[in-house]
Design a protein around this ligand. Structure first.
Ligand SMILES: Nc1nc2c(ncn2[C@@H]2O[C@H](COP(=O)(O)OP(=O)(O)O)[C@@H](O)[C@H]2O)c(=O)[nH]1
Ligand SMILES: [Mg+2]
Length: 189
């Protein structure tokens, strides 16, 4: 089992004791951030692809009472209204950033800030993976956090976690944060 899968299943085990509800997670980021690499680590189970008429692809994985939806954001401003419904009832946002892609830090930051403002994601905990830390050109997570103005997010739990989706390093730490924060949030509901 990969680090990512272990983390997820431990999250689900904890949740089982606290809720019968399905756990809904969205995994977002610009293309090339590493979302598919993370997803592949997660499961050998079937991943369905939904293609709404508007033409963007959503990878959807349902397993053990968890529903995970994954798609690329960015460059899709015009179709944004169409994917909003896939954000409904979200329990957790995982946002993946390519830490080596300095040219697009501003763009990914803008996308994240717009997500944070979405009505459907109000108060939803956000875990940001500063991915590709195995590469020498990666910016440290602390620098990325500053660029994203994460300290201004006061209406929700958030965490930035340095990781490598390829080696698995840091992924488990992110998952541990999720299990603590999702469980707490569900208990507060
Ligand atoms: N070195 C390195 N490469 C990565 C990492 N995560 C993803 N990649 C590579 O980055 C590219 C894009 O990854 P992918 O998962 O397809 O990104 P997506 O567009 O967000 O789904 C692929 O060539 C991956 O092998 C990482 O942690 N380290
Ligand atoms: Mg992908």
């Amino acid at each position: 089992l990969s680090h990512f899968a272990q983390g997820f299943f431990s999250v689900l085990q904890k949740l089982k004791g606290t809720t019968e509800q399905e756990l809904r997670i969205v995994l977002l980021g610009l293309d090339n951030a590493g979302k598919t690499t993370l997803l592949k680590q997660l499961s050998s189970e079937d991943v369905n692809t939904i293609t709404p008429t508007q033409g963007f692809n959503i990878k959807s994985l349902t397993s053990h009472g968890m529903k995970l939806n994954v798609w690329d954001i960015g460059g899709q401003r015009k179709i944004r209204p169409f994917w909003k419904k896939y954000l409904e009832n979200t329990d957790l946002l995982i946002y993946v950033i390519d830490s080596t892609d300095k040219k697009r830090f501003e763009e990914t930051g803008l996308e994240l800030s717009e997500l944070i403002d979405e009505e459907n994601l109000k108060g939803v905990p956000v875990l940001i993976f500063a991915n590709k830390q195995d590469l020498a050109t990666a910016s440290p997570a602390s620098e990325i956090a500053e660029g994203l103005n994460l300290h201004t997010y006061r209406d929700r739990a958030w965490q930035i976690q340095a990781c490598s989706a390829v080696s698995g390093e840091g992924v488990q730490d992110g998952m541990n944060w999720i299990s603590n924060n999702i469980v707490n949030k569900k208990r507060d509901d």
